[in-house]
Design a protein around this ligand. Structure first.
Ligand code: NAD
Length: 471
C-alpha cells in the first residue's frame, strides 16, 4: 500500500522523515509495514487544517455531505478485500470472519447513515422556539486495534455528516485500514482539511490531540486507562467527550435455558476475534447444579477452536494482535490458576504448532470466584470464566458486580422472563436468547465502560450542539 510512511493533512499526503513504528503480522510476528511515529508539530498542523476547514464544512448542505458519504461507501465496498486482508494480518481475525465483519461492517454502518440522514431533524420546533442542531467543531478521533476500521467509521461518518471536521489518530498497532480509508476519502469530493490522519503514539500525538484548545470534542474508543486520561484532559477546557471503553460482560444462563444452546452461544461470542472484543461475554453465569455440565459443554466447544493461520479459510481462531497482548493474556491465565479457579480447557502454554506469532490457547476456567481478578479485570483474550450462582438475585448481583457495564446476555426458555432479567443488568446492551447484532441500535457503556453512544441517530447526536432561537 502506498502512503503508509506519510500523514494525510489538509487534503495532501505529507512525507514523514522521522522515526517509524513497526506493524507486525500477528500470525508470524514479522514486520509487514512501517508507519510514522509523528511528532506534535504534525498533529498541530492537522488540527489547524481541520480548524480552517470547519467554517465552510459546517455550512455545507446535506446533499454535499450525502454525496461524499455515498462515495465513501462505494470505496469501502470496492476495497473490502484489501481491508479484510490488512486487518486479518494485523489483528489476527480469521479471514472468513474479517471479510464480513472487519470490512463488511464499516460499509454497512456507512449505509445506515446514508439511509437515516435525509430524515434526521437538524431543526425542530418547541413552542415558540426553533431548535437547531449545530456541529460541535473540530473533533479528535482516537481508536484502538481490535476492530480498527469499524471503530473509525463509527466516529468519522457521523462527525462528517454532522458538519464537523476531523483529525484521526488511529491505532499504531493496526493502522493500515485507516490509510485505505484516507485514500478513499482523498478520491471523494470532501474539501481539504475536513478529514486528516496523523499516525503516531498515544503519549505524543494523541496527547496533543486531547489537550489542544481548538479541538472541541474527543471521540475515543480504547482502554478505560486511556479514557481516564482523556476525561481529565477534557475537563480543563470543557471539551465534549464520547468514550467507548472496556468490558467484562456477563452471560446469564437461567435455570430453564437450553444449556447446550446458551453455552455454545456464549463461547462463540467470547472467542470472536480471539477474545479481542470489547463486548465479549467473558463471564458465563450458570446455576450451581449445572456448573459441571456447563464446563463440559464449554470445553467441547473450545476444543473445536484450534488456533491457526488467520489467512486460511478454515481457521476459526486466530492469534492476538501483538506480543504484548499475548503476554498479558498468558499472565492472566497463570493468575487464574494461582487464584484457585479450575482449569477446564486450554492453559498458558503456546498452542501446538504455533511457535511463531501471537497465539494463545482458548481457555476455560470453572468455579471462578466473582470477586477474583480474572472475573473482574478485562483480559482481552480467549479466556472464559464460568461462575456458579445459587438464585436469580445472586446471578444479577454478580453480573452487575464489576466496574464495567458494556454488554451482556440472558438465556431462558421464557422470553418474557429473560427480558425482565435483561432489564436489571446495568449495561449498555443485552442480547436476549441470542438476538442478532443490530447496527441501528445505540451502542455504549454504563459505568467505566463509557460515556455517550455510537450507531444510528444516537451516534450522530454526539457530534451536535443544541441551539434554540426564541421566535
Ligand atoms: P488503548 O487505550 O491502549 O489505545 C487506544 C488508542 O488510544 C490508541 O490509538 C492509542 O495510541 C491511544 N492512546 C494511548 N495513550 C494515549 C494518551 N496518553 N493520549 C491519547 N491517546 C492515547 O487501547 P487498545 O489497547 O488499543 O484497545 C483495547 C481496549 O479498547 C480494550 O480495553 C477494549 O475493551 C477497548 N475497546 C472498547 C470498545 C467499545 O466500543 N467500548 C471497542 C473496542 C475496544
Amino acid at each position: 500500500m502506498n502512503n503508509l510512511s506519510k500523514n494525510y493533512i489538509n487534503g495532501q499526503w505529507v512525507a514523514w522523515q522521522g522515526e517509524t513504528i513497526d506493524v507486525h503480522e500477528s500470525g508470524t510476528g514479522e514486520v509487514i509495514a512501517r508507519v510514522p511515529a509523528s511528532g506534535r508539530d504534525e498533529m498541530e498542523q492537522a488540527i489547524a487544517a481541520a480548524d480552517a476547514a470547519f467554517e465552510s464544512w459546517s455550512e455545507s448542505t446535506l446533499e454535499d455531505r450525502l454525496k461524499v458519504l455515498e462515495q465513501l461507501h462505494a470505496g469501502l465496498k470496492e476495497r473490502g478485500g484489501e481491508i479484510a486482508q490488512a486487518i486479518c494480518r494485523e489483528v489476527g481475525m480469521p479471514i472468513k470472519l474479517a471479510v464480513p465483519i472487519q470490512a463488511g461492517m464499516p460499509a454497512a454502518v456507512t449505509k445506515t447513515y446514508l439511509k437515516m440522514l435525509p430524515d434526521f431533524p437538524f431543526t425542530e420546533t418547541s413552542g415558540n422556539s426553533e431548535v437547531q442542531y449545530a456541529p460541535v467543531g473540530v473533533v479528535g478521533c482516537i481508536t484502538p486495534w481490535n476492530y480498527p476500521l469499524h471503530q473509525v467509521i463509527l466516529k468519522i461518518v457521523p462527525a462528517i455528516a454532522a458538519g464537523c471536521t476531523v483529525v484521526l489518530k488511529p491505532s499504531e498497532i493496526a493502522p493500515q485500514s485507516a490509510y485505505i480509508l484516507a485514500d478513499i476519502l482523498d478520491g471523494t469530493d470532501l474539501p481539504k482539511g475536513v478529514f486528516n490522519l496523523v499516525c503516531g503514539e498515544g503519549h505524543t500525538v494523541g496527547d496533543t490531540l486531547i489537550k489542544h484548545p481548538d479541538v472541541r470534542m474527543v471521540s475515543f474508543t480504547g482502554s478505560t486507562r486511556t479514557g481516564h486520561l482523556i476525561a481529565h484532559a477534557a475537563a480543563d477546557d470543557f471539551k465534549r467527550i464520547a468514550l467507548e471503553m472496556g468490558g467484562k460482560s456477563a452471560s446469564v444462563i437461567l435455570p430453564d435455558a437450553d444449556l447446550g444452546v446458551a453455552v455454545k452461544g456464549t463461547v462463540n461470542n467470547c472467542l470472536l476475534n480471539s477474545g479481542q472484543t470489547c463486548t465479549a461475554l467473558t463471564r458465563m453465569l450458570v446455576p450451581a447444579d449445572k456448573h459441571d455440565e456447563a464446563c463440559e459443554l464449554a470445553a467441547a466447544a473450545v476444543a473445536k477452536m484450534t488456533p491457526g493461520n488467520p489467512l486460511e479459510e478454515t481457521t476459526r481462531l486466530g492469534p492476538l494482535a501483538s506480543a504484548q497482548q499475548r503476554d498479558k493474556v498468558i499472565d492472566y491465565i497463570k493468575l487464574g490458576i494461582e487464584e484457585g479457579a479450575t482449569l477446564v480447557a486450554g492453559g498458558p502454554e503456546a498452542p501446538e504448532g504455533c511457535d511463531k506469532g501471537y497465539f494463545v490457547k482458548a481457555t476455560v476456567f470453572g468455579n471462578v470466584k466473582p470477586d477474583s481478578r480474572i472475573a473482574q479485570e478485562e483480559i482481552f483474550g480467549p479466556v472464559l470464566c464460568v461462575i456458579p450462582y445459587t438464585d436469580e438475585a445472586e446471578a444479577i448481583r454478580i453480573a452487575n458486580g464489576t466496574q464495567y457495564g458494556l454488554s451482556g446476555a440472558v438465556w431462558s426458555a421464557d422470553d418474557a422472563k429473560a427480558k425482565k432479567v435483561a432489564g436489571k443488568l446495568r449495561t449498555g446492551q443485552v442480547t436476549v436468547n441470542g438476538g442478532a447484532f443490530n447496527p441501528l441500535a445505540p451502542f455504549g457503556g454504563f459505568g467505566h465502560s463509557g460515556l455517550g453512544r455510537e450507531f444510528g441517530k444516537w451516534g450522530l447526536e454526539e457530534f451536535l450542539e443544541v441551539r434554540s432561537l426564541q421566535l
